[in-house]
Design a protein around this ligand. Structure first.
Ligand code: DAH
Length: 442
């Protein structure tokens, strides 16, 4: 049983004494104004001094601010609403499947910690709250880390029985071809009148992947629910999701689906759905029966319901054969022109430009976190950084200090870069790491 952020590494990891990244954006000097990938100068605009601006709204900075303008700039992109973009094409496919669900796709990405964590019953010490994993705008406000952050407010409206809520979500993370600090999720919600559940929720599960009892010690029915209620909601949930996924992968005639018991603070029982795709099991979504306390708190005490959350990039990468997550952010016509509304086509790669590997080694302080270094690489190199790998780590036998060596793979998506250009960026990465993380370069 794992707790995890969907589509990302497990977060049930040791969390102690986390190092809070100082406000690096203000410390990075522009290195190369002609750099096409991003505008480093924007990191130093006066507005960045004591406020963080998100979609025109200003938030005061405080000691917990760790978001940079590289990240906040992405809030305006709204790829999920851009016609002919693969994320939008996939979003619309799923919306077309769930016909009567209300579509919500313009929620503000700046949410309170109450919305992102407390309303979903995350414990006070839940690792998801760690500043190494989450972008804090200030102590009370974060860039939403998942679309579940909006569950309560959407439920409170009582406008529909079902909702599909799509949004950009933000997580501090490692750097590689399938991880990007911003990605898109879709949250599905469906509620039923508790008094009329037998009629509203009953489905025929014969011939589906749903086998076995819901009841299990590790994946329990909530105290607030009868076994029959949980069974009905759970079967309606898995039946609906199986139908949606079979519709999405309609070319794969005998798609194999399996349900893995999961844990989320906001659902029970909870599941992850995996599909067997080209020989390997692919995790597509997390889901479960909504904790009744969330329903009660959201003015829905008379109803029971289910929820799911899925990562759109992960599915789009498979459906459109897109090999690198940075491509979704590309404004290169050679990428964008390949897709058009309503069509699932295979991406035809244009030539891959040469990679340039650079290593950096340093002695680390206590509390150093790999994500803090990744953030600096993101900030300095932007989308030039294809991946960052920890290739060596050792402890000095006498001083007990730990040395880490990271290998950065630089590769532009749209041109060949010179070694000199990359050297400049690498020098800046080294400089910023030394000054903001307090590491000692080797
Ligand atoms: N919010 C979860 C995540 O980002 C995904 C998720 C799991 C959403 C279960 C749900 C759910 O609504 O019921 O990892």
């Amino acid at each position: 049983m794992t707790t995890r952020w969907l589509g990302h590494r497990p977060i049930a990891k040791v969390f102690s004494n986390r190092f809070l990244l100082p406000q690096i954006s203000r410390r990075i000097a522009p290195i190369c104004q002609t750099w096409p990938c991003r505008n480093l100068a924007s990191l130093n605009t006066p507005a960045a001094d004591d406020t963080v601006e998100i979609l025109g709204q200003r938030f005061p900075r405080d000691k917990n601010t760790n978001v940079t303008t590289t990240i906040t700039a992405k809030t305006a992109r709204l790829l999920h609403r851009q016609p002919n973009h693969p994320i939008n094409i996939l979003k619309r496919r799923i919306e077309a499947h769930f016909k009567n669900y209300k579509v919500v796709d313009s929620m503000n990405p700046a949410v309170t910690t109450q919305q992102n964590f407390d309303s979903l019953l995350f414990s006070a010490d839940h690792p998801g709250r760690a500043p190494t994993d989450t972008y804090y705008i200030n102590s009370n406000t974060v860039l939403r880390t998942h679309t579940s952050a909006h569950q309560s407010e959407v439920l409170k409206t009582r406008e529909a029985e079902g909702y599909l809520l799509t949004a950009d979500v933000y997580r501090r993370d490692e750097i590689d071809v399938s991880h990007y600090p911003v990605f898109h999720q879709m949250e599905g919600l469906r509620t039923f009148d508790r008094k009329n559940l037998e009629a509203e929720a009953v489905v025929n599960v014969a011939g589906t992947s749903i086998k076995g009892a819901v009841l299990s010690e590790t994946n329990p029915v909530q105290l607030a629910h009868t076994t029959r209620e949980a069974e009905l909601v759970d079967q309606h949930l898995r039946h609906s999701l199986e139908g949606m996924v079979r519709d999405l992968f309609r070319e794969e005639k005998d798609l194999e689906i399996r349900w893995i018991e999961a844990y989320f603070p906001f659902t029970s029982p909870s599941w992850e759905m995996e599909v067997l795709y080209r020989g390997s099991w692919l995790e597509l979504l997390g889901c479960g029966v909504i904790q009744q306390k969330i329903m009660d708190d959201a003015n829905n005490a008379d109803r029971v319901g289910w929820a799911f959350g899925l990562g759109l990039e992960r599915i789009a990468m498979v459906m459109f054969d897109i090999p690198d997550i940075r491509l979704f952010w590309s404004s290169d016509e050679r990428f964008l022109s390949q897709f058009s509304s309503g069509q699932i086509v295979k991406f035809q790669p244009f030539s891959k430009y040469p990679a340039c590997y650079k290593d950096v080694s340093f002695w680390c302080n206590q509390g150093f976190h790999d994500n803090d270094f990744a953030e600096i690489v993101r900030d300095v190199a932007g989308d030039m950084a294809e991946d960052v790998k920890l290739i060596d780590k050792f402890e000095h036998p006498k001083t007990k200090r730990v040395s880490r060596c990271f290998r950065i793979n630089y590769r532009s998506m749209d041109r060949t870069c010179t070694n000199e250009e990359v050297d400049k960026i690498q020098d800046e990465v080294r400089r910023v790491a030394a000054t903001t993380l307090g590491v000692e370069l080797r």
